[in-house]
Design a protein around this ligand. Sequence first.
Ligand SMILES: NC(=O)c1ccc[n+]([C@@H]2O[C@H](COP(=O)([O-])OP(=O)(O)OC[C@H]3O[C@@H](n4cnc5c(N)ncnc54)[C@H](OP(=O)(O)O)[C@@H]3O)[C@@H](O)[C@H]2O)c1
Length: 327
Amino acid sequence: MKKIRWGIIGTGNIAATFARALNSMEDSSLYGVASRNVVRAGEFAKRFKIEKSYGSYEELAKDPDIDVVYIGVPHTEHKNMAKLCIENKKAVLCEKPFAINSKDSEELISMAKEYNVFLMEAMWTKFLPTNLRVKQWIKEGRIGKILHIKATFGFYSDYDPDSRLYNPSLGGGALLDVGVYPISYITFLLDKAPDKIISSAIIGASGVDEQNVLVFQYKDGILADLSSSISCETGNDALIVGEKGIIKVNHFWRAESAKLYDNSYKCLDEFKEPFIANGYEYEAAEVNRCLREGLKISPLNPLTDTLSNMRLMDEIRKQWGLVYPGE
Ligand SMILES: NC(=O)c1ccc[n+]([C@@H]2O[C@H](COP(=O)([O-])OP(=O)(O)OC[C@H]3O[C@@H](n4cnc5c(N)ncnc54)[C@H](OP(=O)(O)O)[C@@H]3O)[C@@H](O)[C@H]2O)c1
């Protein structure tokens, strides 16, 4: 089987993590990496045994030997990088959050349609075997009708107004960086958007949300309690409560196991599957599958879900009056 040739834009934390995943896959070839700095690109290429390195993102986007580009740069650069790749007829896997807002997301989605290229948000959580099993348990009615969902993703990071996490010019704040996980998770589990959102945030000195709590309410009686933080450890777990039982997913956004209980917390089932590499191989495998089958949108992570989640985040930010520079 011919290997799918990948290029990576950016040389930061997640680019390195994704490179490790690609290098573990037999049907992928990590062919090129681009940085704004040619030396950094060369060092990254050496570290991950990548054939080609480029001192500009444009050079990578224009290389005819690359099939698909992974975009691992700060949120505010996602739109420009995705546009650059799409214009050059490259398939794109773009890091989360897909863009800063739904307007930019719509622009990218219609551009990908116009150029007839594959485009997907790198919401890797949705492809993890554990989360696919959780969704299967729900579909099979193992916990009955869902009534309540709790999910949080919060960690402590030192306050640095210039960092990607706190700087509004780089799309800082908890909601876009980690709040996107509980929001995408609940959309993935329920296949619908909430009918009502109540939310609250602590806006810090740099003007971005350092922590937030979101209440999602659905007409059919489901209530969800979602939260995220970049300033305190709120945990990583998800609890899905149904009429007949409960599913507990530790570290839901990077889950390798889940447990199913009855209403008296007797464990009825457990799923455990350690990652083959580091967990990012599953989303990459889905991209490879889509490219081989000529799909332009992943049925497992459709752009309609991505756009719906971006619209929810717009609405939530509106409730707080949080606007990014240039919006
Ligand atoms: N899926 C996940 O689990 C996960 C985890 C972490 C982050 N992410 C996402 O991945 C993206 C990057 O996060 P990261 O933690 O990897 O960030 P990072 O370590 O700061 O790296 C970002 C890279 O982007 C490039 N870049 C381009 N324009 C830049 C600018 N204006 N300022 C700073 N860097 C710029 C830089 O590479 P060059 O200078 O070499 O070009 C830099 O190394 C974010 O959107 C984040 O949400 C996803």
